[in-house]
Design a protein around this ligand. Sequence first.
Ligand SMILES: *Cc1c(COP(=O)(O)O)cnc(C)c1O
Length: 242
Amino acid sequence: MDKAAPDIKSAADTALQDIKANYEFIKEQVDEAKYSAGRKDEVRIMAVTKTVDCEKINYAESLGIDLLGENRVQEFLEKYENYSEKSEIHFIGGLQNNKVKYIIDKVSMIHSVDSLKLAEEISRRALSKNLSMDILLEVNIGGELSKGGLAAEQLLETAKMISELESVRIRGLMTIPPPFEGEKYFPRMQELYEELRAKESFLNGMDTLSMGMSGDYALAVKYGSNIVRIGSGLFGYRNYTK
Ligand SMILES: *Cc1c(COP(=O)(O)O)cnc(C)c1O
């Protein structure tokens, strides 16, 4: 074979091959975790797109991924037009009230709702577009000062107030536990989720538990997660300089 110096195109091809292999691996791990946990329900694999270019995102979609997770409003708006439009898009990052209007008609769920104020703004903007937004309440299960999310103790009270709003619907809970402590915090989240669903009639329509990232998604599936949010495990390490 001719040993030409690698050109840009073949470098890009290699990266796409990696995404394919990564996706196969992730699917296998999720299936194994489901099997060990005796689960037959669906676990969705979300591709988290921050810093990833559209070519790779569209390629991931061609492999069968149908759910994208967006973190940053500005980056999302810049890339959005180049998306293939096949996928469902959820917003998963920290969201300022004044940015809600930019995403309200472009995403079908917001995972990162952690205050009544934010929920009110989402409801107001949704209403003005004649739609209803599905939301998850983000729980700061490790009680970390550096992270957003509701304290577990505030959850019920906040959920009650949010559930009165006209144009949002609470579909479940989301969390990002402290790194390497999933074994401690995922079971607590599962308990919290099941308890709220069972006891609070206004929450028994909840069907979504969003937890697990590249480092801990198999563990999260063991404890009931039904959306795992995967970035680097699928697309490779993030290049924040882009
Ligand atoms: C970046 C991000 C992820 C994915 O993280 P990886 O460790 O790269 O899989 C998942 N959820 C949220 C909220 C994120 O910001």
